[in-house]
Design a protein around this ligand. Structure first.
Ligand code: MTE
Ligand code: MO
Length: 260
């Protein structure tokens, strides 16, 4: 035993290989028990802490809240996508993707159908939408396929639209869903991104009505997301606390959020 302690406190340089291995093994065992003890004690301590909202232990809640704070900081209204001088916008803008735009479409009878959380449907015409405050801006529109272009859009802020039509309960839900009139193309968007101040229900491109292949009469423009989310020709709008269906996420396994 005496030799054993001597071994432990002898500098490694002075030991032969066997002695060195023995010394390291003893130290490893010792450390293992100390750390296992600390982990067990830590776990007991965590379990003994008062819980918040009946479920999550206080210290864990604190970490979760801190994480949420970090993410809210990363994604906040103050973080606007860079805007460009309107003169920088390309004209005509590139056309990409025609899902949901192939079926014959009656421009005269179109109305945006908003399925409210109660289940009833509001029908809103383009004229009504155009009465709401209009904003326009140019930004660098990015497609997931690897191209981008500066484009100039006009329309009403989605958040403004929600307010104007008293869709308060709906705006408090977690997800927005949009689909083309024929339901061939559809996207799901987290509500925070939908309510971002640069997300618009868009009816103008380069200060003119949207071309048919770019979503006439109404499309989404959401600069905080890749182009896939900027659904052209909105037929239906709906809301859910669970993720709403999303064509590219569901069919191709793209990232649901597709954020920038
Ligand atoms: N209805 C519909 N909207 C759509 C698509 C589509 O195929 N159908 N493609 C998306 C993709 S991948 C991109 S990059 C943009 C392209 O918009 P643009 O044609 O105005 O350039 O529209 C998005 N919205
Ligand atoms: Mo895209």
């Amino acid at each position: 035993m005496k030799n054993f302690f001597k071994l432990l406190f002898t500098r490694s340089g002075k030991l032969n290989t066997d002695q060195l291995i023995l010394k390291k093994t003893v130290i490893s065992f010792f450390l293992f028990f100390v750390l296992a003890g600390a982990a067990f004690w830590g776990w007991q301590w965590l379990r003994d802490q008062p819980t918040t909202s009946g479920k999550t232990s206080g210290p864990i809640r604190k970490v979760l809240d801190a994480n949420e704070g970090i993410f809210n900081g990363l994604f906040s209204d103050k973080h606007l996508t860079k805007e460009y001088p309107i003169a920088k916008a390309v004209n005509p803008a590139r056309v990409n993707g025609n899902l949901g735009l192939k079926t014959t479409f009656d421009t005269a009878t179109w109305a945006l159908q908003v399925i409210r959380s109660k289940g009833d449907t509001l029908k809103i015409t383009l004229e009504q939408i155009k009465k709401l405050p209009k904003i326009e801006f140019a930004f660098n529109f990015k497609c997931i396929e690897g191209w981008s272009q500066i484009t100039h859009w006009g329309g009403v802020k989605f958040s403004e639209f929600m307010k104007a039509y008293h869709l308060t309960e709906e705006a408090a839900m977690n997800y927005l869903g949009l689909a083309t009139p024929d339901k061939e193309y559809y996207v799901g968007i987290d509500m925070a991104s939908a309510l971002h101040p640069q997300t618009i229900l868009c009816y103008e491109l380069n200060q003119k009505a949207l071309p048919m292949d770019q979503g006439f009469p109404l499309r989404l423009i959401i600069p905080v997301k890749y182009g896939v989310k900027s659904l052209k020709r909105i037929g239906f709008m709906y809301f859910d606390n669970k993720r709403t269906p999303d064509y590219w996420a569901d069919v191709k396994g793209y990232d649901y959020f597709s954020g920038l």
